[in-house]
Design a protein around this ligand. Sequence first.
Ligand code: ARG
Length: 470
Amino acid sequence: MGEKKIQGKKKLWGGRFSQGTNELVEKFSASEHYDRRLYSQDIKGSEAHARMLARCGIISQEDVKDIHKGLDKIKQEIDEGRFDWKPELEDVHMNIEKALTDLIGPAGGRLHTARSRNDQVATDLRLYVREQIIVVDRLLAGLQGAFIHQATQYTDVVMPGFTHLQKAQPILWSHHMLAYFQMFKRDRLRLRDCLGRVNICPLGSAALAGTGFKIDRYMTARELDFDDISANSLDAVSDRDFAIEFVFVLSVIMMHLSRLSEEMVLWASSEFSFVDLPDAFCTGSSIMPQKKNPDVPELVRGKTGRVYGHLLALLTLMKGLPLAYNRDLQEDKEALFDALDTTTSCVNIMKFLVANLKPRKDRLEADTRTGFLTATDLADYLVKKGIPFRQAHEIVGKAVATCISSGRELTDLSLVELKGLHPAIDDDVFQVLDVKGSVNSRNCPGGTALSAVKIQLDEADKWLEDFQLT
Ligand code: ARG
């Protein structure tokens, strides 16, 4: 046998290899250009691991000191953009470990005792998602604040409420705004729930089977502020449920933002003319001088599909994986990062849009006076006079048909005409047909009456003040 020629650069794991890695493979498998985003979590995890190893007598105190010093220096270099990232070192973990060994010598080589990149990357990603849950939560709190601002500012604005995008019943603008508050409240509760499952420490699971070194997993977990340690090493290194769950929550947030965007696009149209979108949030057309386009909500609506795509990518990534770690898992990060970046930018911009939204009070109010929005009120009125609801529904339906054929609204009918519908109708019917009267009659908890909306608003305000993720 002739001498084996080693091409390419020597790897940290290269002991059993007689050939260097093919350059194409090196490029193909490298992830450092995106997983470098995890550097501070990686360093934090390594420092905790090193302290634990020393406490357990597996490495010396001297080693830990050197490791800390080295890692601090590396962190500073990365922070300041001076770190020399090397794609041939594959990923963030190897880049940092190699730099550490170059800096401090053999102590750097001892850091990876009782650890594998498999439990390392799972730990880093959990630490990262934990931090980002807090970021997203803060952004959502800001957005909720914008809805509270809207609801507080415009309590006197009535508008048509819709079902099937057909005018249904009059409601308060504040009520509509607070509907979105509730959606984002649930999203924040979902984030909190997700955090509980994210905050579990996989370190110590090593490659897949755990380690024979007498390590203290609880100490590492404590040092890193995890709530608990993972119970099964095989599961711990191959579980990405927490990432999927996080991207699912992001997807639901995007779904809510997209519904809001859809309403903004409709409302800003000349057909609706319900709102004035701030000029700063719209763009013009390069050809049609009259245009003011709602690009921001349109883009948010469009980006929703992109985040859903990442969720589906992650679910699909996992569906065929045998236990335990598989390199496929490296594909989790770009999906997660992009879902996160997209969602945070959308929440942020929609917060400003909502905060600066101007309802067109006169337009909204005028629009409640057409389209028979108080037809249900008239039916309810008849019910209160002893007529069974089904019969009342039929009577009012006929009245609406009469109005449609004569181009009138219910309020245009005379008392004589109304009495003709049913003798029980009296002149107290007119306050029932009045839009504001209709709104204020719906005073059950959660209803649109001003009194009920004020209670809702107070509760929302208090919730926003009190809510904490942990
Ligand atoms: N870059 C890898 C990932 O993101 C780290 C773990 C690699 N482990 C391995 N055995 N090749 O999943």
